[in-house]
Design a protein around this ligand. Structure first.
Ligand code: SF4
Ligand code: SF4
Length: 395
């Protein structure tokens, strides 16, 4: 069966009910059928069937999709939107790559290329001064198990402190933490670019790096919801026993800690601030573990939690905001309006780096001085038994 035939067949499962439409962020911005999931599915099908040829406006309409997957999680007919989109983007890969903004290309090259990442670190411009670097192994006394840390391509560069805070919490729960050296990007960036062969190559490298170590380790832990979602789908994206092994053992740190803390009670210092909680689309629509984040934060005494409306994407979507800043900013405005009513005694908690950076810009524009912090860093900060090498950081 050709790729075109597969797209056409998958798209035919859409019964055109339109229940997905109000949940689509681009429909919220443009209010047109073409900028809705139902519209895009019809356009992908028409392209695959050869009933439509690609034009610049058509490409832009299709490319506006943020990949939030809200449509997929709302669809009563279980239309596999992400597969239709992945295969269509593979056919459009050349156009996607030629249309990317210079900023987006630079950001992606730095993230994807190990030596460029090291250079960026060395330049000191992208790292906080004095930030500790990651060792490969963090043992703990009287360990109850061992986990493997997936650092991803953003982890080492932007999130070292968050990774260290995650290690402190995993250690405190009794787990040794090992960081496999040969790991690569999870493949999500290549997937978005339509470069499925490149994605499979990265997946293979990760499978090779992690699978042998799983003999002595319980889980692969990621601190980025987006990477966690991609790892959890390895068996869907690539057939094979080892991809299933990686998928089955992959957990977002939020969910893993929530379960670990049910077994091992820990004492957290009370928090005076109110928490505004942002839920990423990956956590809600791909991992479907939205409730775990709130349960985890409820471990901190005194933390009043107010959840921001998570129905619509904030517009960050990886490097999307570099390509379509107007759409990304318009989507963020709705979230900022929900935040504006709060004062400085508030923390914005987000478990996704891309969303946090997007919020940071939006809050700065509004002159709002609200700290944004990863839930893991907040928990490490409040952990009474905090280890000495931690100097919890925030954005
Ligand atoms: S909810 Fe599903 S079946 Fe209904 S229009 Fe959307 S994609 Fe099609
Ligand atoms: S993935 Fe998100 S942006 Fe794309 S069509 Fe679905 S709801 Fe709309």
């Amino acid at each position: 069966m050709t790729v075109q035939h597969t797209i056409s067949q998958l798209a035919s499962q859409c019964v055109l009910c339109g229940l997905c439409i109000p949940h689509c962020p681009t429909y919220r911005v443009f209010h047109t059928e073409n900028e809705s999931p139902r519209g895009r599915i019809s356009l992908f099908k028409a392209l695959a069937d050869g009933d439509l040829s690609l034009s610049d406006p058509l490409f832009e309409t299709l490319d506006h999709c943020l990949g939030c997957r809200a449509c997929e999680s709302m669809c009563p007919s279980q239309v596999n939107y992400s597969k239709i989109s992945d295969l269509s983007r593979q056919l459009l890969a050349e156009t996607i790559q030629s249309q990317q903004s210079v900023k987006q290309k630079i950001a992606q090259s730095v993230l994807q290329n190990r030596s460029l990442r090291s250079l960026a670190k060395l330049s000191g411009q992208l790292m906080k001064k004095g930030q500790p670097s990651l060792a490969e192994y963090y043992p703990v006394d009287n360990a109850i198990g061992q986990v493997l840390l997936f650092t991803g391509c953003t982890g080492e560069l932007f999130e070292t402190q968050t990774l260290l805070d995650g290690i402190v919490l995993l250690n405190a729960c009794g787990y040794n933490v090992l960081i496999p050296e040969a790991q690569q990007c999870c493949g999500a960036i290549k997937r978005r670019q339509g470069d499925l062969d490149g994605m499979y190559q990265q997946m293979h490298q990760n499978i090779e790096a992690f699978t042998p170590l799983l003999k002595n380790s319980q889980a692969i832990i990621s601190l980025n919801n987006h990477c966690s979602g991609q790892l959890r789908e390895y068996h869907v994206l690539m057939v094979g026993d080892d991809s299933e092994t990686v998928a089955k053992h992959s957990f977002d740190i939020i969910t893993f800690l929530q379960h670990a803390l049910e077994k091992k009670k820990m004492s957290f210092q009370p928090l005076e601030h109110k928490i505004l909680l942002h839920t990423s689309c990956s956590l809600k629509n791909v991992l479907q573990e939205e409730s775990a984040l709130q349960s985890l934060l409820e471990q901190i005494p005194g933390s009043g939690i107010h959840k921001l409306d998570a129905q619509i994407c904030c517009g960050a979507a990886g490097s999307y905001r570099l390509q379509y800043p107007e759409i990304a900013d318009q989507l963020l405005d709705d979230k900022i309006k929900q935040i504006v009513v709060y004062n400085k005694s508030t923390l914005l908690v987000s478990s996704n780096l891309g969303c946090s950076m997007h919020y940071k810009q939006g809050l700065k524009k509004q002159g709002l001085d609200i700290e944004i912090i990863h839930p893991v860093s907040l928990l490490a900060r409040q952990l009474s038994l905090k280890k000495s090498f931690v100097d919890t950081g925030s954005f």
